[in-house]
Design a protein around this ligand. Structure first.
Ligand code: PLZ
Length: 452
């Protein structure tokens, strides 16, 4: 790539991995130095490269290296970066008007996104939606709505949960480092119960669903009181906490418990939603119908947008003016969402996610047979992970996860870690990634395990 060639992002970017410098190259290193002098230390980054363009399944850096993307900006660019329909809609909207504030003078894009959310989220009951800027803000608002609708205070969350970095959502997030350390005191009336985590359940995976439900409902009864619980909030597949997939039967059991006790069942589908797991929403897998659903990330192809969608009578329990925000449902972000959702429908992205799963899981299972450091292979659709442990035990091996990730980065592939113990490698390719790149990414990963 010549110094002067202009690289345009989007799906027309050459879909190949090319390393023309070491990682990071000289231009990235120069920017890293500037970053160190200008950006607060509290912001970290996974890769030491600076991006100049991205599209399909690759990300191009300022030195001209093209990397395979197995991260999608943490499950955001499911339709690919700068997807055609997103760019078209956003370009059109940005030239019409950029902001009026929906609470001042409304516009149709906001209404259309709400109509799509009401149609696409699980359940065919009457629904309403409200739009916000970030996942954390959506979770906060779901709690506000649940409290208003029930007249109760308590919120029940899970071990390994991640719900955001604002004060209430920090309280709801399980992991202290790096998310909560030194940032307290935290919001009250948040109660934590064990997660149905098959790989780590003491009684084993087969007993996990029933035993977890027993423990959880017992704890709520003894420590909180059913009549005090406004909402149970759960990620149907946990994200930051380690891609924990609860066993079949667990989510339906939890939803039934909520229904029987007048609690609002909130599914945080911020990471798992919008085709990521091979269904439109992870709850669809077992036909679980949440009362409220929070969405963000994949909804708008990379622009900041989030939503709360739920039963009309719960959503409408809040008085006029009780919900809002200056930028929530910004017209440009709404245009992006409409373009992204159109892409998901036209290109059958749930189907694409299932194809990715079918391609990845067998190779990862084979890899696990060769490398006993892989204790568990799990996930659905294009939300797949391997958990690394000291062979033959469940003792986490975070150092191995970090080492494999670093090797992949150096070889031109973006891969992220996660998990309470930092020992999970997670794979979140854009759903539009080509088969060649997907296979090449898996080969890079296999080589990284061989080099451990
Ligand atoms: N709920 C399930 O995954 C965001 C966090 C990255 P925001 N996950 C990525 C980081 O380290 O900050 C997330 C999520 C689930 C809520 C959120 C919060 O979404 O858009 O980051 O606020």
């Amino acid at each position: 790539m010549s110094e002067h060639s202009v690289v345009h992002g989007g799906p027309s970017l050459p879909q190949r991995r090319t390393l023309v410098t070491e990682i990071p190259g000289p231009k990235s290193r120069e920017l890293l130095e500037r970053r160190q002098r200008s950006v607060a230390r509290g912001l970290s980054h996974v890769l030491p490269i600076f991006v100049s363009a991205a599209g399909g399944g690759v990300l191009v850096d300022v030195d001209g290296n093209s990397l395979i993307d197995f991260g999608s900006g943490i499950a955001v660019t499911s339709v690919g970066n700068s997807a055609d329909l997103v760019v078209d809609r956003v370009t059109e909207q940005v030239a019409q008007f950029t902001h009026t504030c929906f609470m001042v003078a409304p516009y149709s894009g906001y209404v259309e996104v709400c109509e799509q959310l009401n149609r696409l989220t699980p359940g065919d009951h009457d629904k309403r939606s409200a739009l916000f800027n970030s996942g954390a803000e959506a979770v906060e608002n779901a709690v506000k709505i649940a409290r208003h609708a029930t007249g109760r205070d308590a919120v029940v969350v899970f071990d390994h949960a991640y719900h955001g970095r604002t004060n209430l959502t920090m309280a709801m997030t399980a992991k202290v480092m790096p998310y909560k350390e030194g940032f307290g005191p935290f919001a009250g009336e948040v109660y934590r119960v064990p997660m149905a985590y098959p790989f780590r359940w003491p009684g084993g995976p087969a007993a996990c669903a029933a035993e977890a439900l027993d423990v959880i409902t017992g704890m709520i009864h003894a420590q909180v009181g059913e009549e005090n619980v406004a909402a149970i909030v759960i990620e149907p597949i946990q994200g930051e906490g380690g891609f924990v997939v609860p066993p079949d039967g667990f989510l339906p059991g939890l939803a039934a418990f909520c229904r029987a006790n007048g609690m609002v069942f909130v599914a945080d589908e911020i990471q798992s939603g919008f085709c990521r797991t091979g269904d439109w929403f992870a709850c669809d897998h077992e036909q679980v119908v949440p009362d409220l659903v929070t969405t963000a990330k994949g909804i708008a192809g990379g622009l900041p947008l989030a939503g709360v969608t739920g039963r009309a009578e719960m959503m409408d329990a809040v008085h006029p003016g009780g919900l809002g925000g200056t930028y929530g449902g910004n017209p440009v972000a709404c245009a992006a969402a409409l373009g992204a959702i159109d892409t998901m429908i036209k290109e059958d992205l749930p189907g694409k996610a299932r194809t990715i799963e079918a391609r990845m899981l067998p190779r990862l299972r084979k890899l696990a047979e060769q490398h006993p450091v892989i204790g568990d292979v799990r996930g659905r659709g294009a939300m797949i992970a391997v958990e690394l442990v000291k062979p033959g035990t469940t003792e986490p091996d975070a150092a191995a996860a970090t080492k494999v990730a670093k090797t992949c980065h150096g070889n031109g592939m973006i891969v992220l870690t996660c998990g309470t113990y930092g020992n999970v490698l997670r794979f979140l390719p854009p759903l539009v990634i080509g088969q060649g790149l997907l296979d090449e990414g898996l080969s890079i990963l296999e080589d990284a395990f061989s080099a451990l």
